[in-house]
Structure formats: C-alpha cells, structure tokens
Design a protein around this ligand. Structure first.
Ligand SMILES: Nc1ncnc2c1ncn2[C@@H]1O[C@H](COP(=O)(O)OP(=O)(O)OP(=O)(O)O)[C@@H](O)[C@H]1O
Length: 599
C-alpha cells in the first residue's frame, strides 16, 4: 500500500528541510537550545582559530602579527602575550568541550523522545482509524513502518543534526578564512557550492536506493509475519523450505540495496577527497603565488582547509544518508495523514448506552470501496431488546458486514441505525460500540495469563467478578488448571483448546456487562460437550441480554426468538425457526437443511 503511493521528487535541501521541520515541530525550545549550543560551539572554534594567528606570529618572531586580529584582541581587552594567548586558547577548548558534553546530553534526550513520540503517535493514529479503512491495510507494511521505517527516520534525524552541526562549524571556518583572505573565502564557498551541485546525481541515487530499501524491508516483514502465523499449516504442507527460500531471496535483495548504497557512498567519498585535494593545492598556489599571504595566515588557511576536508566529506556522507532515509519520513507523513483522515470521530463524552427497547435498521446499504456491488442493500430490521436474534445466510451473503454495521464498526452508506429511537450517527458510533460485547469466530487471546486476558475487557474487575464471568460462560475448567487464573494461554491462546478459547472469550464479553452481546459462532466443529456448555451459558443469559448470533448451528436457530435470513446482501426472510423452516421462499443455507433431515 505504501509502495504504490511513493512519489520521488524534490531536491536534496527540501528533503533535509523535512527532517528539520520534524525536529522543530517536536520541541521548538529544545531545537533553539540545540542550535544555540551549536552556534556557541562554532564561535568558540572560530575564536580558537583566530587565536592561532597571533600564536603563530609569536613563534615566527620576524613575521608581523595580523593587524586585524591583534586590534580585536586589544579592543576586547584580551592578552596578546604568548602565555596569555595559550591560556585563552586552553580556556576555549575547555568551554567547547563542556558545550559539546551538554549538547550531546540534550540531543540524546531529545532524539530518544522524538522517536518514541513518532512511534506512539503513528501507532495511535492507526488504532483510531476507522474499521473500514484499517481492515483493508496490509498489516506487515504497518508493522514494518512502525519498526524499521521509524528506525530509518531516527537515522535521518541524527544525520540532519550532525549535518547542521557540521554546517555551523564550516561557517565558523569560512568566517575565519574570510578575515584572513576574503578572496580565498569567496573562492572556497564557490568551489564548495560547485562540488555540492556536481553531486546531485549521487544524491538522487541515494534517495532512490532508500526507496528500494523501504520496499525490501516491507517484503521481509511480510515473509516473517506470514511465515510465523502460518507455521502450523507450513509444517503440515512441508513448506518450511519455501519460506526459508523466500526469506533468503528478500535478504539478498536487501543486501544488494545496502551494498549499492555503500558503493554510492564510497564513490562519493573518493571523488570528494580528490576534489578537496585539488582545491587545497590550488589554494596554496593562489595564496603563495598570487595573493602573497604572510606565513601565519597561510598556515592557518592550510589548517582550515585540512580540517574542512574531512568535515565536508562527512557532511557529504550525512547528506547521502539523509536522502536515503527521506522516503521513510515521506511515508510517515503520508500514512499518518491517511490514518487521521480516516479517524473515528471521538465522542465528546464517553457514555455507554443501556438498550431498553431495541435496535432498528432502516433501509441500510453498504458497499466496500474495492467492490463493484454492494455488500448490503435496503436492510430494514429490528433487534428487540433482551431477545435473541440469529442471522443466517450463505457464505458471502453479508452476515459479518451486517454485524459490523450493528456494532458501529462500519458506517452505512445509506439508511439509518437507531438505538431506542436515537439515531447512531458518526458522533455516537464510538459510544455505541463501547456498549457492546463481541465474541468473534476466531477468538483472539493475548500471550498472557487468563486473568489478564479477562481484565482486558474490564480493568477494574476483582477475582469474584472474574470467577462469576467464568461460571456464566461455562469456563469452570480454569479452576482445575494448576495455575488457575494465572495460567499463561500461549501465543494467541495456543495452549488452550478451541472450545476453551471460545469460553474464555465469552467470559471476557460477560465481564463487560454489555446490554448487547454479538456472537459469531465458530464454523469449525466444537465437540458436543463444548457446544452444549456454550449453549447452556447462552440459555442462562437469554432474556437478560440482547443477543445477536451469526448462526452456524441448528440449535442456535431453534432457541432464537427470531431468525433473519440474508441472501445476496438483502433480508430474505424473518421469523421464528419454526416459521422459516416451513417457508419455501426462505433462502436457508444447505447445512441447516441437512441437519434438519438428519433429525
Ligand atoms: N473488507 C472487505 N473488502 C471488500 N469486500 C469485502 C470485505 N469484507 C467482505 N467483503 C465482501 O462483502 C460481501 C459480504 O461479505 P461478508 O463477510 O459480510 O459475508 P458473510 O455472510 O459474513 O460470509 P461468511 O459466512 O463466508 O463469513 C462478500 O462479497 C465479501 O467478499
């Protein structure tokens, strides 16, 4: 999904600005502090260099000191003696080291905080996106995004800060160079600009490789996630090698992307060093032969150039790394914006509904964006309070979509849903959703204790409430386990049987004390004992709670107060099971007819 939306473009500076904006938006005060610390550090570096001129002049007694610098020292009341200059020089180094220490601490704290904030905010944006949008996402892309891509953004942020620190230092050096020879400083700036301009192709290449690296990470995440979640099937099909080969193939692609980037960087580094050496030679020649600069000034210029060369080389490398990381930042903006555009509307006040009369669907229609035809059409139905309604229909008839609409997970494209006569619009949908309990067909349990799995639905529940919920859902087996409520259920509840998982999920739903319970019956055959236990617990709450069951079993239909038959997205028939089974026009799925004849 991310891949399709990639649009390469913009220039290097604009892309680096993206990182600067990210840093700026996170904390203006800290950004200003960091830039101020950088500036002070550069100024002290510059002053240190300035001081080298009179220092060298002291060593070269026959050379006159640079008039400008001596004049400044005099004006500022600073010593000009050798010992005074050395003391000043030492004091500057101490100040710079202390600033560097403080800057590192401020930066580390800032950076760790920034990256955490990005992760939490993006995760939060995804969690609050509406179900219709989020159910169509490719999950591996998003877990890749939250893990690998944010790491790449972290790198981009670090390199941006290093680049800015380097830039401040370079500027300090240029100012010193300008004070010694203005012409030389201008030439240096022009050469620097020309070198950067000539590296544009390298920059584009770095960004494109960054784009490809992101794609390779997405694929790797997908292979890992799908491989691990399908491990049971993989073992049965003997597909282990297939998964391993897929992984190896993607890693080879990833490696080639990383190698290509390292190659680009190394080439840029080599070219850069040659250019810098040329500039250095040219500078010396111009300084000596044309401008006839005094020896201390010449020596400082050489020193400046010798220090500038690795700094510029680093900056060139940092710029490449920033551009390489930039696609991840662009994806962050894109996905966070998309998620926010598809946000559920948060209610002003959190307030649960207490269903008294019933839920009414009036002419509901719904179409998935990726489909040509509507999943639901003209659905008008009533779910009376404290009654049990079973929804049946052939596969694809629209049962789950209808349940999602009733649960407030999907907003209908057409028609209205009313709860006790109150319209459930965008503003009420989240509150309504929180008033329901839902037991899906594929029960999800966290890799945690039974207690924590239950508390997930009601954090304040005490042990007595947990035990009561377990009893109501026929899950007393928990009390016979060695660790009871503290038994760890394993990954996705794998250490429990399917029926046990279902009953825990039912207990979790009960713990919410919902006014409506929506249950998607498991299609896989539960053993008769388990089925009977679940049925008993539903019978117990029958009449106390409004129950909506997506029915896959005959006894559910027989015990329901009303059965709704869906066919091709429309309501085909409504009635008691006794009425429907005599109705020749009711599109009753085959499995119920077979069961009936067997009886
Ligand atoms: N997220 C989705 N995106 C696009 N189409 C979807 C989506 N979910 C369901 N559909 C389509 O909507 C229609 C109704 O699907 P739905 O899942 O509601 O049927 P169902 O009656 O619950 O089926 P089953 O009993 O097989 O679970 C089907 O044609 C299905 O392919």
């Amino acid at each position: 999904m991310l891949r399709r939306s990639i649009v390469a473009g913009g220039n290097a500076m604009k892309q680096m600005l993206g990182f600067i904006q990210l840093i700026w938006r996170h904390s203006r005060a800290k950004t200003i502090t960091l830039f101020a610390l950088n500036l002070i550090s550069s100024v002290t570096e510059g002053i240190g260099l300035f001081l080298l001129v009179p220092l060298l002049a002291h060593l070269q007694k026959d050379q006159p000191t640079s008039g400008g610098i001596s004049g400044w020292l005099e004006t500022l009341g600073l010593p000009q003696s050798l010992s005074g200059l050395l003391a000043l020089f030492f004091a500057l180094v101490v100040v710079r080291s202390m600033i560097s220490y403080v800057r590192t601490l401020v930066w580390q704290d800032f950076q760790l905080n920034l990256i955490d904030t990005i992760r939490v905010n993006s995760f939060n944006a995804l969690l609050h996106a509406n179900w219709n949008w989020i159910s169509n996402l490719k999950k591996s892309d998003h877990s890749n995004f939250l893990i690998n891509e944010v790491d790449r953004i972290d790198e981009g942020v670090t390199y941006t800060m290093d680049f800015c620190t380097g830039l401040a230092a370079v500027l300090a050096y240029v100012v010193v160079a300008a004070s010694l020879s203005f012409q030389m400083a201008v030439i240096a700036l022009l050469v620097g600009a020309a070198v950067m301009f000539s590296m544009r192709a390298q920059h584009r290449h770095a960004r494109d490789l960054g784009e490809n690296l992101g794609d390779a990470y997405e694929d790797m995440q997908q292979v890992v996630e799908e491989g691990l979640s399908s491990i049971k099937l993989t073992k049965i099909l003997g597909n282990e090698d297939r998964h391993r080969n897929l992984m190896a193939k993607i890693l080879a692609r990833l490696r080639s992307q990383q190698f290509a980037f390292a190659k680009t960087n190394a080439a840029a580094g080599a070219i850069f060093q040659i250019v810098i050496a040329l500039v250095l030679v040219g500078f010396l020649w111009v300084g000596v032969k044309i401008l006839e600069l005094p020896l201390p000034s010449l020596m400082i210029l050489v020193l400046i150039l010798a220090r500038l060369a690795p700094m510029l080389r680093n900056m060139q490398n940092q710029l490449n790394q920033i551009l390489h990381a930039w696609p991840a930042l662009r994806n962050l903006d894109e996905i966070t914006k998309l998620a926010k555009d598809h946000n559920d509307i948060a209610p002003n006040i959190l307030q649960k509904f207490d269903l008294k009369d019933g839920i009414t669907l009036d002419n509901i229609g719904f179409k998935y964006q990726s489909r040509k035809s509507a999943a639901l059409r003209d659905i008008s139905l009533r779910f009376p309070a404290r009654k049990t309604t079973a929804i049946i229909g052939a596969s694809g008839a629209g049962k789950s979509t209808l349940a999602d609409i009733v649960m407030g997970l999907l907003a209908p494209d057409q028609g209205e849903m009313l709860v006790d006569g109150q319209l459930i619009g965008d503003e009420q949908r989240v509150n309504w959703r929180h008033s329901l309990a839902y037991v899906p067909q594929d029960v999800f349990l966290f890799h945690d204790t039974i207690r924590n799995n239950l508390l997930w639905a009601n954090r304040g529940a005490d042990d007595a409430a947990l035990e009561q919920a377990l009893q109501r859902s026929a899950a007393q087996f928990v009390f016979d386990l060695d660790d009871g409520l503290d038994t760890v259920v394993g990954d996705a509840g794998l250490r429990l049987s399917g029926g046990e998982r279902q009953r825990i999920a039912l207990a979790r739903a009960m713990l919410q004390n919902p006014s409506v319970l929506i249950l998607d019956e498991a299609t896989s055959a539960l053993d008769t004992k388990n089925e009977m236990l679940i049925r008993q617990s539903l019978d117990q709450i029958h009449g106390d709670m409004t129950i909506i069951v997506i029915g896959h079993r005959l006894p559910t239909l027989e015990n329901a107060d009303q059965v709704v038959v869906l066919h091709d997205g429309r309501v085909n028939a409504v009635g008691t099971w006794a009425e429907l089974s005599k109705n020749p026009d009711a599109a009753i799925p085959q499995e119920f007819k077979i069961d009936e004849t067997q009886e």
